[in-house]
Design a protein. Sequence first.
Length: 231
Amino acid sequence: MNGISNTSTGAALRVKREPMYLAIANQLRGLILKAELKPGSRVHEQYLSELFDVSRTPLREALKVIAQEGLIELLPNKGARITAIDVKELQEIFQVMTNLQALVAEQLLEHAGEPDVRGLLQLHEAMVRAADQGDRDTYFKLNQNVHHEFSRLAGNSVLADIEKQLGVKIARARYLANLNPNRWLESVAEHGRIMQALQARDRSGLIAAMSEHMRNTGQAVLAGLPPDEQD
């Protein structure tokens, strides 16, 4: 006997499952970010219930989560609708995100070790391959992952939370924007300069590269948004 009861062993091995409404919220968020649910359109609960194969109770809890992120608007006694993109708000978000890059860069240099940098380099190289292959969905996902890693490795949970909250609205606008191939090339080159500065531990170079990338991304996204998706 090793002194460990079956009950305690079961408790130790038990994996905490994600609540159903959060799983639904993740799927719903993906549909909105990829514009499969169009800005300004009504949310049809019956359609989504059938799509996700769930009852309306967890679906409505998921809708509350997405409403807190600003992606949908709950209408009293009228259901919900996908919010339009507020261009002025988007301009302000990119302005804030651009200014935050200096702090992200400094914290990244302070907290990211060599194994972390190698992991970022692997993500960067995978992103470059996706861009070379014209694989927009994979490129977009890897690009987001790189930026999420920048925030995570900066080691400041408040900063990471702020960037995550603002990043949801940026992600939707970026996906909707009709970015031309030249912007893809520019973005990849900007990421390359970020990685070079990070590997060299070049503080001023990293701040400049990260700020320039966010500023240029904002300008390209705002210029590429279809007029009918704007509020």
